[in-house]
Design a protein around this ligand. Structure first.
Ligand SMILES: C[S@@+](CC[C@H](N)C(=O)[O-])C[C@H]1O[C@@H](n2cnc3c(N)ncnc32)[C@H](O)[C@@H]1O
Ligand code: SF4
Ligand code: SF4
Length: 419
């Protein structure tokens, strides 16, 4: 008898353990080193040559194989199984899907944590001309982008933002969004958003003016933002509300979620301030609130699994263009310069080595993750990992992970075993 995992399963080896990825249920099962070696061997060697069913240790392995069969992960075979070859990841070039345009660094708020270090006193001498923004929108669409977001600073402080929306519509972008603090949204803006199918994203930091304005350092900003939110919702314009937690508002996550619910907006758990720009300040960090750490269970599907071996799970297909014309892979990855649209056409930047390298950064390149069996199911935020690393290394492992692939243990398991 032979044993083989089904076609819809993949075995991934880590430094100490392995994992079986099941594309039917989406589950990822952790297995020990002995099981990994057995599964590798028993596809082309008969089981009786590998295991002695009279010894207790090997009986455990036989029960393990029975368990896999019960879970629908594999089968015993009388002759060595002839599986169709595994699909090899298509070697196609990745193309742009989404871009952020940071129209200005200027802002009427001066939020404590702003990664773009925006504020009212930031010099607003435009480096990118209006014509260049317009031509960039065409170039991005021609290159395949279907989604665009105008952001800043405060994008509504950019005088001709409406023309950019008209251009994005004309070019046929499927998704157009403005990320605004909403303090400047008036009735004319609402009519325009509605007419030109603009989606809105905005931010609240509390369910009350006192704390929200302590974050924005703009007295009256809460009232303005909330008034705009109500008008946007009344006009049935698609709206999402983001929220970031730092020390100043760390007692607010639940209040914010409740406020969203009462407004009829889908609440999403607030993010924690990221260490970029003014946000790169330990004194801003909340003491009690934290995002969910990286931990099992992991889930996967076939497409994500193969894509994760080829390119980055989040960065691929995205670029951000700053008010200086710099192209960076993400609004948070401010030191990963990939070109400048004032001096180069977008197509040249998209095919350039710096961006290609970033889009093709997989967990196989990342410290520690490269030896982890969960690496094709585990999400990754490079700017966050870099920002949290004491040496600010781009390929540092995420600070939110307590797994040690070299011992096969999670930190909480170690703590329990030490008690
Ligand atoms: C830079 S703002 C630009 C759009 C608009 N001015 C606003 O505040 O909604 C976009 C989003 O990034 C968030 N943000 C700014 N700095 C951040 C940081 N250091 N970490 C996480 N999010 C941050 C803001 O709170 C806001 O939700
Ligand atoms: S987070 Fe947004 S509103 Fe706050 S200073 Fe930065 S750009 Fe302005
Ligand atoms: S962050 Fe890296 S080491 Fe941690 S579970 Fe994910 S892939 Fe494994």
């Amino acid at each position: 008898m032979y044993y083989c995992l089904h076609q819809h399963c993949e075995l991934v080896t880590g430094a100490k353990r392995g994992a079986i990825y099941d594309f039917v249920t989406g589950k990822v099962y952790s297995v020990n080193r002995g099981a990994v070696e057995l599964l590798k061997a028993c596809t082309d060697q008969p089981i009786h040559q590998l295991l002695d069913s009279s010894t207790p240790d090997d009986q455990v392995y036989l029960q393990f194989l029975d368990g896999l069969t019960t879970k629908g992960l594999g089968s015993f075979y009388v002759t060595p199984p002839q599986h169709a070859p595994r699909p090899t990841p298509a070697a196609h070039a990745e193309s742009i899907e989404f871009l952020w345009l940071e129209l200005t660094s200027n802002c009427n708020n001066r939020c404590l944590h702003c990664y773009a270090t925006s504020g009212p006193s930031v010099c607003d001498c435009p480096k990118v001309t209006h014509d260049r923004w317009l031509s960039l929108i065409s170039e991005a669409r021609q290159a395949g982008a279907t989604a665009i977001q105008l952001i800043g600073g405060e994008p509504l402080l950019y005088k001709n933002w409406r023309e950019l929306i008209l251009k994005a519509n004309e070019e046929g972008f499927e998704f157009i969004e403005i990320f605004t603090n909403a303090t400047l949204v008036d009735d004319a803006c609402i009519d325009f958003f509605k007419q030109y199918r603009v989606n809105i994203a905005t931010t609240i930091y509390a369910d009350n003016a006192e704390i929200h304005d302590q974050v924005t350092l703009h007295p009256g900003s809460y009232e303005k933002t909330l008034t705009a939110i109500k008008k946007i919702l009344a006009a049935k314009i698609p709206l999402r509300i983001a929220s970031i937690i730092m020390k100043a508002n760390e007692d607010q996550p639940e209040n914010i979620m409740n406020l969203c619910k009462s407004l009829g907006v889908e609440p999403t758990p607030p993010d924690v301030v990221r260490p970029t720009g003014r946000g790169d300040d330990k004194d801003l960090l909340p003491t009690a609130y934290a995002k969910e750490p990286i931990k099992p269970p992991f889930y996967t599907d076939e497409q994500t699994f193969y894509r994760a071996q080829r390119c980055h799970s989040c960065l691929t297909g995205k670029i951000a263009v700053t008010a200086d014309g710099d192209v960076i892979p993400c609004i948070f990855a401010r030191n990963q310069l990939c070109g400048n649209i004032i001096t180069a056409p977008l197509a040249e930047i998209l095919s350039g080595e710096p961006l290609k390298n970033i889009w093709h950064t997989t967990k196989d390149n990342i410290e520690k993750c490269k030896d982890c069996e969960y690496r094709y199911a585990c999400n990754d935020c490079r700017p966050l990992a870099q920002g949290s690393d004491s040496q600010k290394r781009w390929l540092a492992c995420s600070a939110g992970c307590s797994y040690d692939p070299y011992t096969g243990k999670w930190e909480h398991e170690l703590q329990l075993s030490q008690k």
